[in-house]
Design a protein around this ligand. Structure first.
Ligand code: NAD
Ligand code: WQD
Length: 339
């Protein structure tokens, strides 16, 4: 016990990369996923990269009896809870689906942790909780803004649920990691992001355009009050992000957390515009991308990027991967998927 981690949603994009980093750091990994937005290929990828096959249980985290069996039959004292739906637009159209899946899955896990005396939990939160922030970069103390989508609201509500569960249970400790914009793929090209249908996010749209699956990338707005008129974001390499989970689990496992509930921004601390990202992709991969400027997308904020001082100092973590390496890995993954 102690070196095992339950990873919910571990067949997904960030979960699979985190499983690799955990295994490479000596943790035993148990993955639970219902494959609603992933497939078993990522489990194979994890095995190929690490040489270790993680235990995989196909189950729904909202199914309390199935999850009870997972807790009964497996020894771990840390849980990383990735399992959730994440499409912002879909959450506006189908809010109940999002509230049910994202909140019920987490509450189920937390209740079982209390019942079975499992101590540590990491939660996947998002920079979306900051909304259109008044001061940039945002620190963990920057006030959250009222959510503009049910998806964003599930992240705020889940953070509050975690805070309250920790306050009420002396033997639970939790960390919420607020991810900025995760991009890229494992350098082996054996795992990566698998968007279903038309991608909403910028980098999968770029790679699919480069692959000829989409005709043309639309850049949503060049008239923002930013240096080149396009939006600014903090794009974090998924492997760097995965490593942040390992150090956060280490911190909880070693009891080094100062408070039993903590929040950390996980970003690079560097704002990058849409035009810069597109140019960076073209240069990193020596190709030309078909793109045009389109009207602003409803709901987009002009700019958001992280102050990462807290994660740097407290977790001893910082983003290391170079943006061009990240954009090369994204393209390698896209080509691998199309093979
Ligand atoms: P993903 O869809 O690739 O991974 C989520 C995984 O959870 C999928 O494999 C899916 O099958 C699984 N899942 C969903 N509901 C489940 C349930 N009820 N029971 C079991 N498995 C379930 O998404 P991701 O990009 O890896 O995101 C992981 C987490 O990080 C999510 O909580 C997401 O909201 C959060 N997050 C993602 C981003 C991003 O841009 N990718 C940014 C901030 C936060
Ligand atoms: C990035 C930039 C777009 C697509 C979303 C969620 C957020 C978090 C991360 C989960 C923006 C521009 C995009 C395109 C474009 N997810 N863009 N053309 O919106 O910052 O964040 O993913 O928690 O909650 O909202 O990411 O990748 O969609 O957009 O010009 O085809 O790229 O306008 O400026 P976003 P994104």
């Amino acid at each position: 016990m102690g070196k095992s981690v339950l990873v919910t949603g571990g067949a997904g994009y960030i979960g699979s990369h985190t499983a690799v980093e955990l295994i490479n750091s000596g943790y035993e990994v148990i993955i639970v996923d219902n494959l609603s937005n992933s497939d078993r290929g990522s489990i194979e990828g994890i095995s190929k990269i690490t040489g270790v096959e993680p235990k995989f249980i196909e189950a729904d985290c909202c199914d309390k009896e199935a999850m009870r069996r997972v807790f009964e039959e497996n020894e771990f004292d840390s849980v990383i809870h990735f399992a959730a739906y994440k499409a912002v637009g879909e959450s506006v159209a189908e809010p109940a689906k999002y509230y049910r899946n994202n909140l019920l899955s987490f509450i189920t896990i937390l209740e079982l942790m209390v019942e079975y005396g499992r101590r540590n939990v990491l939660f996947s939160s998002s920079a979306t909780v900051y909304g259109d922030a008044e001061q940039l970069p945002v620190t963990e103390l920057t006030p959250r803004k009222p959510a503009t989508s049910p998806y964003g609201n599930t992240k705020q509500m889940a953070e509050d649920i975690l805070r309250d569960m920790v306050a009420a249970n002396d033997n639970i400790a939790g960390i919420a990691l607020r991810y900025f914009n995760p991009i890229g793929a494992h350098p082996s090209a054996l795992i990566g992001e698998l968007p279903r249908g038309v991608p909403n996010n910028l980098v999968p749209y770029i790679t699919q355009t480069a692959a000829g699956i989409r005709e043309c990338l639309s850049i949503f707005g060049d008239d923002y009050d930013t240096p080149d008129g396009s939006c600014l974001r903090d794009y974090i390499d998924v492997v760097d992000l995965a490593r942040a989970h390992v150090v956060a689990v280490d911190r909880l496992s070693n009891g080094r957390n100062k408070d039993r509930y903590e929040v950390f921004n996980v970003g690079t601390g560097r704002p990058v515009s849409v035009f810069e990202l597109v140019r960076g992709f073209e240069e990193a991969n020596s190709l030309k991308l078909n793109y045009r400027v389109a009207p602003r997308r409803a709901g987009d904020v002009k700019a958001v990027w992280a102050d990462t001082t807290l994660a740097n100092e407290e977790l001893g973590w910082r983003a290391e991967r170079d943006l061009s390496d990240t954009l090369r890995a994204a393209w390698e993954w896209e080509k691998h998927v199309r093979q």
